[in-house]
Design a protein around this ligand. Structure first.
Ligand SMILES: Cc1ncc(COP(=O)(O)O)c(C=O)c1O
Length: 394
């Protein structure tokens, strides 16, 4: 192993959203609690990225910066090598994040009162982007049967018939239930959206985390018609642990849609990214591949560890099969606790902060989301804590 995924890094009291939430909620004396919640990673970034940032920092000139041709070439190269999608520079709009881009997209492609489909349980800013921009959410909830999530196409077809539905937000791979949608599923969804003239916003921020034999398919790459009727939200931030640098790339091949999106971003004052965001993204996409490949091995082992720990020690908790992302979705419903009781059990008795399932919609009630992007020693401690807490009520 060339890279270090074992060292435990202290991020407490440093402004980390994930770690500082603990003391904010529980007050002083909560130092022993482990955070396995917010989707960032407990690892140092690839040294290749740190090196590039340091070099730029040493230049000590931090004036206004825009994307260079070399930056765009790095993004294009990544999409080609890792996702087999050939994109053009003219299709790319850098953005300070996928979530800000989602908000701009809703403003760009809807009018007040329009409807937007989301597939719950899903990453909660999707719903906020809809509501906070004056639109209405239409729920096309995922089906959960025999421990597996699928899309409810019959329901989707019905909901798409409402003429006020303008947009569908796809989460691919899907956070929090970790499905990697198959080509067949994406084709079916895409065809239905085309038929009903509904635009697909495909959030593919987790695309680089997929476990064999599953394969990520870029929605837009499936046909020229899908490409024309969609926008793809991508970022190096999850993949390379760069969320605090705020960099993402929004890919919109349809020139009219791209112009509409760019205007909506400009209308909230956006012009360009942080100097270091460009540097980090380019270094990640050019030099970060070896680090990512090793990381994927580490995550796969962590995922397997959780599965076997649960099977042996906590068979009451079902781990929904993890096809992608570094977020495990735990079905805790057999504990027969309400959301408040489950949360208190994990936080107070278990001394672990997870993301509570209900945050992702009522369909997430009784579930917990566990972030496994951490050193193995931390994960083992968290699982042991969880077992102790659950044993105490059994
Ligand atoms: C599906 C999804 N989209 C977007 C984001 C956040 O994107 P950003 O930090 O670029 O706004 C996350 C973070 O967890 C996510 O899971």
């Amino acid at each position: 192993m060339k890279y270090d995924f074992d060292t435990v890094i202290n991020r407490k009291n440093m402004g980390s959203v994930k770690w500082d939430a603990i003391e904010k909620e529980l007050g002083p004396g909560s130092d022993d609690i482990l955070a396995l919640s917010v989707a960032d990673m407990e690892f140092k970034v690839a040294p290749e990225i740190t090196g590039a940032i340091k070099k730029k920092a040493d230049l000590a000139v931090y004036g206004y910066t825009g994307p260079t041709d070399s930056y765009f070439a790095a993004v294009i190269g990544w999409m080609q090598r890792r996702h087999h999608w050939n994109i053009k520079k003219e299709w790319i709009s850098p953005s300070a994040g996928v979530v800000p881009a989602l908000f701009s997209a809703i403003r760009a492609f809807t009018h007040s009162g329009d409807k937007v489909i989301i597939q719950s349980p899903v990453y909660y800013p999707f719903g906020r982007a809809v509501i906070q921009n004056g639109c209405q959410i239409v729920h096309n909830n995922l089906l959960y049967e025999d421990g597996r999530y699928t899309m409810d196409f019959d329901d989707l077809e019905t909901k798409l018939q409402d003429p006020r539905v303008r947009v569908l937000i796809l989460c691919s791979p899907h956070n929090p239930i970790s499905r990697v949608w198959t080509e067949e599923e994406l084709l079916r969804l895409g065809e239905l959206c085309l038929e009903h003239r509904v635009l697909v916003i495909s959030d593919e921020i987790h695309a680089d985390f997929v476990y064999k034999p599953h394969q990520h398919t870029v929605f837009a790459s499936l046909s020229p018609e899908f490409q024309d009727n969609s926008m793809t939200l991508t970022a190096p931030s999850k993949t390379f642990n760069l969320a605090g640098l705020q960099c993402s790339n929004i890919i919109i091949p349809n020139p009219k849609l791209k112009a509409q999106f760019d205007i909506a971003s400009q209308n909230v004052g956006f012009s360009s990214l942080n100097h270091f965001a460009y540097v980090a993204c380019e270094a990640a996409y050019r030099e970060g591949e070896a680090w990512l490949n090793e990381l994927l091995g580490h995550l796969e082992e962590n995922k397997n560890l959780v599965q076997s720990f649960m099977a042996e020690n906590l068979p009451q908790i079902k781990v929904v099969e993890t096809e992608g992302t570094y977020l495990l979705w735990l079905d805790c419903r057999s504990l027969k606790l309400n959301d408040h009781e489950l949360e208190r059990l994990m936080k107070e008795k278990g001394r672990i902060f997870l993301d509570e399932g209900y945050l992702f919609g009522p369909e997430g009630s009784g579930f917990e989301r566990l972030n496994i992007a951490c050193p193995r020693s931390v994960l083992v401690k968290a699982l042991t804590n969880m077992k102790r807490a659950i044993d105490s009520i059994s």
